[in-house]
Design a protein around this ligand. Sequence first.
Ligand SMILES: O=C(O)CCC(=O)C(=O)O
Length: 403
Amino acid sequence: MEGNSRSPHATASGRRPEVAQGHLPLPVADGGSLTYEEFLVRYALARQPCFIKNVGAQWPATTNWRNIRYFLEHEGVDLEYEVEAAAGPPCESREVETTVGEALRRIEAGSGEPFYLSAWPYVRGNSGSLADDFVVPRYFERSPKWVSHNVVLGNAATDMKWLYIGSKGTGSPTHIDTNLSSAWLWLARGRKEWVCAHGDDYELLTEGIGSAAYGYKNESDSEEGETETLPDFFHPELYERWPKVSSARLYHGFQEEGMICFNPSRCVHAVRNVCDSISLTHNFLDATNVADAMFDACRSMNEEILPMSMEPGMKPKTFVKMLAKMMGISRKELSKTLSELPGLLCDENLSSLIDAAASGAEDEESKRKCAEILRRELEVRLREVKPAFVSAATTLRDKLGLV
Ligand SMILES: O=C(O)CCC(=O)C(=O)O
Protein backbone atom coordinates (compact mmCIF):
# COMPACT_ATOMS: atom_id res chain seq x y z
CA MET A 1 0.00 0.00 0.00
CA GLU A 2 1.19 3.53 -0.75
CA GLY A 3 0.23 6.82 0.89
CA ASN A 4 -1.25 6.84 4.35
CA SER A 5 -4.02 4.42 5.08
CA ARG A 6 -4.46 5.62 8.66
CA SER A 7 -5.21 9.19 9.38
CA PRO A 8 -1.94 10.87 10.33
CA HIS A 9 -3.98 12.97 12.70
CA ALA A 10 -5.31 10.20 14.88
CA THR A 11 -3.68 10.01 18.29
CA ALA A 12 -3.20 7.06 20.62
CA SER A 13 -6.13 8.33 22.66
CA GLY A 14 -8.28 8.19 19.52
CA ARG A 15 -8.88 11.96 19.67
CA ARG A 16 -8.08 14.04 16.67
CA PRO A 17 -6.30 17.33 17.21
CA GLU A 18 -6.95 20.37 15.03
CA VAL A 19 -5.63 19.55 11.59
CA ALA A 20 -3.31 21.90 9.79
CA GLN A 21 -4.65 23.41 6.60
CA GLY A 22 -3.91 21.51 3.42
CA HIS A 23 -4.75 18.24 1.76
CA LEU A 24 -3.50 14.76 2.54
CA PRO A 25 -2.67 12.35 -0.27
CA LEU A 26 -5.45 9.84 -1.03
CA PRO A 27 -4.04 6.46 0.01
CA VAL A 28 -3.45 3.97 -2.81
CA ALA A 29 -4.04 0.26 -2.16
CA ASP A 30 -2.99 -2.46 -4.58
CA GLY A 31 -5.94 -4.55 -5.79
CA GLY A 32 -3.47 -7.32 -6.64
CA SER A 33 -2.65 -7.93 -2.97
CA LEU A 34 -5.29 -6.17 -0.83
CA THR A 35 -7.18 -8.78 1.19
CA TYR A 36 -10.83 -8.42 2.05
CA GLU A 37 -10.00 -8.12 5.74
CA GLU A 38 -7.53 -5.31 5.04
CA PHE A 39 -10.13 -3.56 2.93
CA LEU A 40 -12.69 -3.84 5.73
CA VAL A 41 -10.44 -2.67 8.52
CA ARG A 42 -8.38 0.01 6.80
CA TYR A 43 -10.96 1.51 4.49
CA ALA A 44 -14.63 0.47 4.65
CA LEU A 45 -15.13 0.33 8.42
CA ALA A 46 -12.61 3.12 8.99
CA ARG A 47 -14.58 5.29 6.50
CA GLN A 48 -11.27 6.10 4.83
CA PRO A 49 -11.49 7.06 1.15
CA CYS A 50 -8.79 5.53 -1.05
CA PHE A 51 -7.73 4.52 -4.54
CA ILE A 52 -7.33 0.86 -5.45
CA LYS A 53 -5.01 0.30 -8.38
CA ASN A 54 -4.60 -2.75 -10.61
CA VAL A 55 -8.25 -3.59 -10.99
CA GLY A 56 -9.93 -4.97 -14.09
CA ALA A 57 -6.94 -5.49 -16.40
CA GLN A 58 -8.72 -8.56 -17.84
CA TRP A 59 -12.16 -6.99 -18.18
CA PRO A 60 -13.52 -6.37 -21.68
CA ALA A 61 -14.34 -2.85 -20.43
CA THR A 62 -10.63 -2.09 -20.14
CA THR A 63 -10.31 -2.26 -23.92
CA ASN A 64 -13.86 -1.56 -25.09
CA TRP A 65 -14.73 1.42 -22.94
CA ARG A 66 -11.88 3.55 -24.22
CA ASN A 67 -13.99 4.79 -27.07
CA ILE A 68 -17.42 6.44 -27.11
CA ARG A 69 -18.10 4.71 -30.45
CA TYR A 70 -18.32 1.41 -28.57
CA PHE A 71 -21.38 2.64 -26.66
CA LEU A 72 -22.91 4.19 -29.77
CA GLU A 73 -22.56 0.96 -31.75
CA HIS A 74 -23.34 -1.54 -28.96
CA GLU A 75 -26.61 -3.30 -29.79
CA GLY A 76 -27.45 -3.66 -26.09
CA VAL A 77 -27.39 0.10 -25.49
CA ASP A 78 -30.69 1.98 -25.60
CA LEU A 79 -29.63 5.21 -27.29
CA GLU A 80 -33.16 6.63 -27.09
CA TYR A 81 -33.28 6.46 -23.28
CA GLU A 82 -33.99 9.92 -21.88
CA VAL A 83 -31.43 11.36 -19.48
CA GLU A 84 -30.44 14.64 -17.89
CA ALA A 85 -26.96 15.75 -18.85
CA ALA A 86 -24.95 18.70 -17.54
CA ALA A 87 -23.57 21.43 -19.78
CA GLY A 88 -20.83 23.72 -18.50
CA PRO A 89 -18.33 23.52 -15.64
CA PRO A 90 -19.39 21.66 -12.43
CA CYS A 91 -20.61 24.47 -10.16
CA GLU A 92 -22.25 26.48 -12.95
CA SER A 93 -23.65 23.69 -15.08
CA ARG A 94 -27.13 23.70 -16.63
CA GLU A 95 -29.33 20.64 -16.83
CA VAL A 96 -30.03 19.53 -20.38
CA GLU A 97 -32.75 17.03 -21.20
CA THR A 98 -31.49 14.74 -23.90
CA THR A 99 -31.09 11.09 -24.86
CA VAL A 100 -28.14 8.80 -24.24
CA GLY A 101 -27.38 8.74 -27.99
CA GLU A 102 -27.46 12.52 -28.38
CA ALA A 103 -25.32 13.07 -25.31
CA LEU A 104 -22.73 10.53 -26.47
CA ARG A 105 -22.60 12.06 -29.95
CA ARG A 106 -22.17 15.54 -28.51
CA ILE A 107 -19.29 14.44 -26.27
CA GLU A 108 -17.69 12.52 -29.12
CA ALA A 109 -17.87 15.62 -31.35
CA GLY A 110 -16.17 17.66 -28.59
CA SER A 111 -17.96 20.88 -29.50
CA GLY A 112 -16.42 23.33 -27.04
CA GLU A 113 -18.54 23.57 -23.90
CA PRO A 114 -17.92 20.85 -21.26
CA PHE A 115 -20.72 18.27 -21.54
CA TYR A 116 -21.41 15.51 -19.04
CA LEU A 117 -23.56 12.42 -19.38
CA SER A 118 -23.50 12.12 -15.62
CA ALA A 119 -25.29 9.45 -13.64
CA TRP A 120 -26.55 7.53 -16.70
CA PRO A 121 -28.58 4.76 -14.99
CA TYR A 122 -27.46 2.22 -17.56
CA VAL A 123 -29.25 -0.78 -15.99
CA ARG A 124 -32.58 0.97 -15.51
CA GLY A 125 -31.97 2.62 -18.87
CA ASN A 126 -32.20 -0.72 -20.76
CA SER A 127 -28.44 -0.98 -21.27
CA GLY A 128 -27.70 -3.52 -18.55
CA SER A 129 -25.77 -5.76 -20.93
CA LEU A 130 -22.84 -3.37 -20.47
CA ALA A 131 -22.38 -5.14 -17.14
CA ASP A 132 -21.04 -8.13 -19.12
CA ASP A 133 -17.90 -6.06 -19.65
CA PHE A 134 -16.74 -6.07 -16.02
CA VAL A 135 -16.89 -8.03 -12.78
CA VAL A 136 -17.79 -6.40 -9.46
CA PRO A 137 -14.58 -6.64 -7.36
CA ARG A 138 -14.78 -8.88 -4.29
CA TYR A 139 -14.71 -5.91 -1.89
CA PHE A 140 -18.06 -4.43 -2.88
CA GLU A 141 -21.83 -5.00 -3.12
CA ARG A 142 -21.97 -7.96 -0.76
CA SER A 143 -25.49 -7.71 0.57
CA PRO A 144 -28.53 -9.97 0.88
CA LYS A 145 -31.73 -9.10 -0.96
CA TRP A 146 -33.45 -7.58 2.08
CA VAL A 147 -30.93 -4.76 1.80
CA SER A 148 -30.27 -4.52 -1.91
CA HIS A 149 -34.01 -4.67 -2.78
CA ASN A 150 -35.38 -2.53 0.03
CA VAL A 151 -37.25 0.47 -1.30
CA VAL A 152 -36.84 2.52 1.85
CA LEU A 153 -33.09 2.09 1.60
CA GLY A 154 -33.41 3.39 -1.93
CA ASN A 155 -32.06 0.47 -3.85
CA ALA A 156 -35.08 -1.01 -5.55
CA ALA A 157 -36.34 2.31 -6.80
CA THR A 158 -32.90 3.48 -7.84
CA ASP A 159 -30.46 0.64 -8.37
CA MET A 160 -27.49 2.98 -7.80
CA LYS A 161 -25.56 1.83 -10.89
CA TRP A 162 -24.34 4.57 -13.15
CA LEU A 163 -21.95 5.48 -15.95
CA TYR A 164 -20.29 8.90 -16.12
CA ILE A 165 -19.06 9.97 -19.56
CA GLY A 166 -17.87 13.50 -20.09
CA SER A 167 -15.47 15.90 -21.68
CA LYS A 168 -12.54 17.69 -20.07
CA GLY A 169 -13.68 20.29 -17.56
CA THR A 170 -16.81 18.45 -16.40
CA GLY A 171 -17.19 17.07 -12.90
CA SER A 172 -19.40 16.65 -9.87
CA PRO A 173 -19.57 19.38 -7.20
CA THR A 174 -19.19 18.58 -3.50
CA HIS A 175 -21.84 16.11 -2.34
CA ILE A 176 -22.69 13.11 -0.19
CA ASP A 177 -23.95 9.93 -1.75
CA THR A 178 -27.55 8.84 -1.57
CA ASN A 179 -28.68 6.93 1.57
CA LEU A 180 -25.18 7.45 3.02
CA SER A 181 -24.14 4.53 0.83
CA SER A 182 -20.56 3.72 -0.17
CA ALA A 183 -19.36 3.79 -3.76
CA TRP A 184 -16.71 2.26 -5.96
CA LEU A 185 -15.84 4.22 -9.08
CA TRP A 186 -13.71 2.61 -11.78
CA LEU A 187 -12.05 4.72 -14.43
CA ALA A 188 -11.93 3.18 -17.92
CA ARG A 189 -10.52 6.19 -19.70
CA GLY A 190 -9.19 9.65 -18.80
CA ARG A 191 -8.03 11.14 -15.52
CA LYS A 192 -10.02 12.40 -12.55
CA GLU A 193 -8.98 14.76 -9.78
CA TRP A 194 -10.61 13.98 -6.43
CA VAL A 195 -11.04 15.72 -3.11
CA CYS A 196 -12.62 13.39 -0.53
CA ALA A 197 -13.17 14.03 3.16
CA HIS A 198 -12.73 11.34 5.77
CA GLY A 199 -16.14 9.78 6.48
CA ASP A 200 -15.80 10.58 10.19
CA ASP A 201 -15.70 14.31 9.35
CA TYR A 202 -19.23 14.16 7.93
CA GLU A 203 -20.86 15.84 10.97
CA LEU A 204 -18.35 18.67 10.93
CA LEU A 205 -18.80 19.34 7.22
CA THR A 206 -22.59 19.06 7.13
CA GLU A 207 -23.46 20.78 10.41
CA GLY A 208 -26.15 23.43 9.92
CA ILE A 209 -26.70 22.52 6.30
CA GLY A 210 -29.81 20.37 6.60
CA SER A 211 -31.21 18.83 3.46
CA ALA A 212 -28.92 20.94 1.27
CA ALA A 213 -26.18 18.47 2.20
CA TYR A 214 -27.81 15.83 0.02
CA GLY A 215 -27.35 15.66 -3.72
CA TYR A 216 -25.62 18.22 -5.88
CA LYS A 217 -26.86 21.56 -4.62
CA ASN A 218 -25.39 25.02 -4.81
CA GLU A 219 -25.92 28.19 -2.81
CA SER A 220 -28.96 29.31 -4.80
CA ASP A 221 -30.74 26.02 -4.01
CA SER A 222 -30.60 26.40 -0.21
CA GLU A 223 -33.93 26.26 1.49
CA GLU A 224 -35.26 28.97 3.78
CA GLY A 225 -33.42 29.04 7.09
CA GLU A 226 -30.49 27.10 5.69
CA THR A 227 -27.76 29.63 5.35
CA GLU A 228 -24.82 27.34 4.86
CA THR A 229 -23.82 25.18 1.94
CA LEU A 230 -21.43 22.30 1.57
CA PRO A 231 -17.96 23.68 0.95
CA ASP A 232 -16.88 23.79 -2.68
CA PHE A 233 -13.80 21.59 -2.39
CA PHE A 234 -12.29 23.04 -5.58
CA HIS A 235 -12.87 26.69 -4.63
CA PRO A 236 -9.60 28.68 -4.74
CA GLU A 237 -10.52 30.24 -1.39
CA LEU A 238 -11.87 27.07 0.19
CA TYR A 239 -10.40 27.63 3.66
CA GLU A 240 -11.30 31.34 3.81
CA ARG A 241 -14.91 30.79 2.65
CA TRP A 242 -15.52 27.68 4.78
CA PRO A 243 -13.13 27.94 7.78
CA LYS A 244 -14.44 24.75 9.40
CA VAL A 245 -12.84 22.78 6.55
CA SER A 246 -9.43 23.33 8.14
CA SER A 247 -10.50 20.97 10.94
CA ALA A 248 -11.45 18.21 8.50
CA ARG A 249 -9.26 15.59 6.87
CA LEU A 250 -9.41 16.28 3.15
CA TYR A 251 -7.68 13.85 0.80
CA HIS A 252 -6.59 14.78 -2.70
CA GLY A 253 -5.41 12.68 -5.60
CA PHE A 254 -5.51 11.89 -9.30
CA GLN A 255 -7.27 8.73 -10.41
CA GLU A 256 -5.63 7.10 -13.41
CA GLU A 257 -7.11 4.58 -15.84
CA GLY A 258 -7.74 1.16 -14.29
CA MET A 259 -7.97 2.56 -10.76
CA ILE A 260 -10.95 2.53 -8.43
CA CYS A 261 -11.78 5.44 -6.16
CA PHE A 262 -13.52 4.10 -3.05
CA ASN A 263 -15.78 6.56 -1.26
CA PRO A 264 -16.99 5.10 2.04
CA SER A 265 -20.31 6.01 3.62
CA ARG A 266 -20.45 9.57 4.99
CA CYS A 267 -17.61 10.65 2.71
CA VAL A 268 -18.18 14.19 1.41
CA HIS A 269 -16.48 14.44 -1.98
CA ALA A 270 -16.04 16.34 -5.24
CA VAL A 271 -14.43 15.37 -8.55
CA ARG A 272 -13.30 16.91 -11.82
CA ASN A 273 -12.50 15.32 -15.15
CA VAL A 274 -9.02 16.52 -16.02
CA CYS A 275 -9.50 15.16 -19.54
CA ASP A 276 -12.27 13.35 -21.45
CA SER A 277 -13.36 10.52 -19.17
CA ILE A 278 -15.42 7.33 -19.12
CA SER A 279 -16.16 5.78 -15.73
CA LEU A 280 -18.42 3.38 -13.89
CA THR A 281 -19.95 4.05 -10.46
CA HIS A 282 -21.84 1.60 -8.26
CA ASN A 283 -23.14 2.63 -4.86
CA PHE A 284 -23.98 -0.05 -2.35
CA LEU A 285 -25.18 -0.82 1.16
CA ASP A 286 -23.81 -3.76 3.09
CA ALA A 287 -22.76 -4.69 6.63
CA THR A 288 -20.03 -2.04 6.61
CA ASN A 289 -22.40 0.90 6.18
CA VAL A 290 -25.89 -0.33 7.11
CA ALA A 291 -25.82 1.62 10.39
CA ASP A 292 -25.15 4.81 8.42
CA ALA A 293 -27.99 3.98 6.03
CA MET A 294 -30.29 3.48 9.03
CA PHE A 295 -29.21 6.84 10.43
CA ASP A 296 -30.10 8.40 7.10
CA ALA A 297 -33.42 6.52 6.95
CA CYS A 298 -34.29 7.92 10.41
CA ARG A 299 -33.47 11.43 9.20
CA SER A 300 -35.59 10.94 6.15
CA MET A 301 -38.55 9.49 8.08
CA ASN A 302 -38.45 12.13 10.84
CA GLU A 303 -37.64 15.19 8.75
CA GLU A 304 -39.28 14.43 5.42
CA ILE A 305 -41.74 11.53 5.30
CA LEU A 306 -43.58 11.91 8.62
CA PRO A 307 -44.07 15.71 8.34
CA MET A 308 -45.31 15.25 4.77
CA SER A 309 -47.78 12.58 5.89
CA MET A 310 -49.13 14.94 8.56
CA GLU A 311 -49.86 17.86 6.28
CA PRO A 312 -53.41 19.17 6.76
CA GLY A 313 -55.93 17.21 4.75
CA MET A 314 -53.49 14.44 3.86
CA LYS A 315 -55.19 11.04 4.07
CA PRO A 316 -52.96 7.98 4.75
CA LYS A 317 -54.09 6.24 1.53
CA THR A 318 -53.43 9.31 -0.60
CA PHE A 319 -50.05 9.72 1.02
CA VAL A 320 -48.98 6.13 0.30
CA LYS A 321 -50.15 6.51 -3.29
CA MET A 322 -48.19 9.73 -3.69
CA LEU A 323 -45.04 8.28 -2.11
CA ALA A 324 -45.22 5.15 -4.28
CA LYS A 325 -45.48 7.34 -7.37
CA MET A 326 -42.49 9.43 -6.26
CA MET A 327 -40.45 6.26 -5.74
CA GLY A 328 -41.58 4.67 -8.98
CA ILE A 329 -42.93 1.51 -7.32
CA SER A 330 -46.37 -0.01 -6.75
CA ARG A 331 -48.54 1.01 -3.79
CA LYS A 332 -48.75 -2.64 -2.75
CA GLU A 333 -44.97 -3.02 -2.66
CA LEU A 334 -44.50 0.19 -0.70
CA SER A 335 -47.23 -0.72 1.83
CA LYS A 336 -45.64 -4.14 2.40
CA THR A 337 -42.17 -2.66 2.89
CA LEU A 338 -43.41 0.03 5.27
CA SER A 339 -45.44 -2.43 7.34
CA GLU A 340 -42.37 -4.69 7.76
CA LEU A 341 -39.98 -1.83 8.40
CA PRO A 342 -39.85 -1.93 12.24
CA GLY A 343 -38.58 -5.54 12.09
CA LEU A 344 -35.96 -4.88 9.41
CA LEU A 345 -33.01 -5.15 11.78
CA CYS A 346 -34.06 -8.47 13.35
CA ASP A 347 -31.31 -10.94 14.34
CA GLU A 348 -31.93 -13.16 11.33
CA ASN A 349 -31.49 -10.27 8.90
CA LEU A 350 -28.38 -9.03 10.66
CA SER A 351 -26.79 -12.50 10.46
CA SER A 352 -27.49 -12.74 6.74
CA LEU A 353 -26.01 -9.27 6.31
CA ILE A 354 -22.79 -10.25 8.05
CA ASP A 355 -22.50 -13.56 6.19
CA ALA A 356 -23.01 -11.88 2.82
CA ALA A 357 -20.28 -9.34 3.55
CA ALA A 358 -17.84 -11.86 5.01
CA SER A 359 -18.22 -14.02 1.89
CA GLY A 360 -15.87 -11.54 0.21
CA ALA A 361 -12.95 -13.01 2.17
CA GLU A 362 -10.48 -15.33 0.49
CA ASP A 363 -10.84 -18.54 2.56
CA GLU A 364 -12.91 -20.06 5.37
CA GLU A 365 -10.62 -18.84 8.14
CA SER A 366 -10.65 -15.24 6.84
CA LYS A 367 -14.42 -15.43 6.40
CA ARG A 368 -14.82 -16.32 10.07
CA LYS A 369 -12.47 -13.52 11.08
CA CYS A 370 -14.23 -10.95 8.91
CA ALA A 371 -17.64 -12.05 10.21
CA GLU A 372 -16.40 -11.56 13.77
CA ILE A 373 -15.03 -8.09 12.99
CA LEU A 374 -18.30 -7.10 11.34
CA ARG A 375 -20.45 -8.53 14.15
CA ARG A 376 -18.53 -6.56 16.80
CA GLU A 377 -18.58 -3.37 14.79
CA LEU A 378 -22.30 -3.62 13.97
CA GLU A 379 -23.17 -4.17 17.58
CA VAL A 380 -21.54 -0.89 18.53
CA ARG A 381 -22.82 1.06 15.54
CA LEU A 382 -26.43 -0.10 15.86
CA ARG A 383 -26.65 0.51 19.60
CA GLU A 384 -28.16 3.97 19.21
CA VAL A 385 -29.46 3.93 15.71
CA LYS A 386 -31.50 0.72 15.92
CA PRO A 387 -33.91 1.97 18.64
CA ALA A 388 -34.27 5.29 16.80
CA PHE A 389 -34.99 3.45 13.55
CA VAL A 390 -37.54 1.08 15.13
CA SER A 391 -39.29 4.03 16.77
CA ALA A 392 -39.50 6.12 13.56
CA ALA A 393 -40.54 3.09 11.47
CA THR A 394 -43.25 2.11 14.00
CA THR A 395 -44.64 5.66 14.12
CA LEU A 396 -44.77 5.77 10.34
CA ARG A 397 -46.38 2.34 10.02
CA ASP A 398 -49.04 3.19 12.62
CA LYS A 399 -49.66 6.66 11.23
CA LEU A 400 -50.35 5.14 7.81
CA GLY A 401 -52.50 2.37 9.27
CA LEU A 402 -50.32 -0.34 7.74
CA VAL A 403 -50.20 -2.83 10.61
O1 LIG B 1 -17.43 10.90 -11.54
C1 LIG B 1 -18.23 11.76 -11.19
O2 LIG B 1 -18.38 12.83 -11.77
C2 LIG B 1 -19.10 11.63 -9.96
C3 LIG B 1 -19.02 10.39 -9.27
C4 LIG B 1 -19.52 10.56 -7.87
O3 LIG B 1 -18.99 11.28 -7.10
C5 LIG B 1 -20.69 9.87 -7.42
O4 LIG B 1 -21.28 9.11 -8.18
O5 LIG B 1 -21.06 10.04 -6.26
